[in-house]
Write a protein that binds this ligand. Structure first.
Ligand code: FES
Ligand SMILES: [Fe+2]
Length: 317
């Protein structure tokens, strides 16, 4: 496949998603890679197809002694630069497997997919999470929809009362402030909710922490990040919705979640937040995966300009 949005910086993982000395398979723009982190927390990535007889390296194992990945077929070993390493640790002079160049910034792993960078790596996450604690990754899934539809739902301020009506009890979503700034748009949004019943609270305890009127501050770094800062009863929650193209019709999603609080937060609260956001992604995915092919809309809603702005960035990339 042709690369989608070539030169975009894609955040492909948070280090906590990778484990230590464990092969992880990722797909970016139609190409499979194996990604791993060694005990020093260094990151390596190779094309997943073994240069010998094309076995998937991600089904192999790590050899800690030589810092290599072993192929599951004939056990040949490769280092992070794709060079062949023999049992005595002798390294071939040239790489035989192609590597994926990755940029690790703190715990975040970025890549341009070996293409010429078109935009700098955004500093949004480090900027917004000063003084926050990282609480986890959630919403990890391959959405069976193209990147554009998966992006646009994050810029669509009319979808919460439909897509997230239950169990979040959202009834209205209103853009209060919109500051388009090329790839780095900001939006202040207000969402009103219905009083949950006791049964609904049991089903979604996150409703306990959310006020009746929720103010969300959105900041975007197109195309990869949608961030939402939210004040809740347990503190400030910073959510980063990440997307990158796996295939034409498969888009990887995951959400990094950070919390700033002066309360002593029990693990149950953190789990509740992560679970609620997982449900948000499940609902967004359910919506975009079931859309019929797009046609010219016969109806316009207010506050769609934010979405049109993102669509324009995509089409004029
Ligand atoms: S296919 Fe990988 S070592 Fe043979
Ligand atoms: Fe949504």
């Amino acid at each position: 496949m042709n690369s989608i949005l070539p030169g975009a910086p894609w955040l492909i993982a948070h280090k906590s998603m990778l484990g230590i000395n464990r092969p992880n398979k990722i797909t970016l723009n139609g190409q499979d890679y194996v990604l791993w982190q060694n005990s020093q927390k260094e990151i390596f990535a190779l094309e997943n197809s073994c240069p010998h007889m094309q076995a998937p390296l991600s089904n192999g194992w790590m050899c800690q002694k030589r810092n290599t990945i072993a192929c599951p077929f004939h056990a040949l070993e490769f280092d992070g630069q794709g060079r062949l390493v023999d049992q005595d640790g002798q390294i071939s002079s040239r790489p035989v497997a192609n590597s994926l160049s990755c940029i690790a910034i703190g715990d975040l792993i970025w890549t341009y997919g070996n293409l010429e960078p078109k935009l700098p790596i955004p500093d949004l996450i480090s900027r917004l999470t000063e003084g926050f604690e990282f609480i986890g990754v959630t919403g990890v899934r391959s959405i069976q929809a193209n990147l554009l539809d998966s992006i646009l739902i994050n810029y669509d301020f009319n979808h919460p009362p439909g897509t997230h009506r239950e169990p979040f009890k959202l009834i209205a979503s209103e853009v209060k402030e919109y500051q388009p700034n090329s790839y780095y748009t900001k939006v202040m949004q207000e969402t009103r909710t219905n009083e949950p019943t006791f049964k609904e609270l049991l089903r979604n305890p996150a409703l306990l922490f959310s006020p009746k009127v929720i103010t969300n501050s959105f900041e975007y770094a197109f195309p990869s990040i949608t961030s939402i800062l939210q004040n809740t009863a347990v503190g400030k929650v910073a959510q980063f919705f990440m997307l990158y193209p796996e295939q034409e019709k498969s888009t990887k999603s995951f959400v990094l979640v950070y919390l700033q609080t002066s309360n002593l937060i029990v693990p149950y609260v953190k789990r509740t937040i992560l679970k609620a956001l997982d449900l948000v992604i499940e609902q967004d995915a359910g919506t975009v995966e079931t859309l019929y092919p797009r046609q010219e809309p016969k109806i316009r809603l207010p506050q769609e300009e934010v979405m049109f702005h993102a669509a324009k960035l995509y089409h004029e990339w």
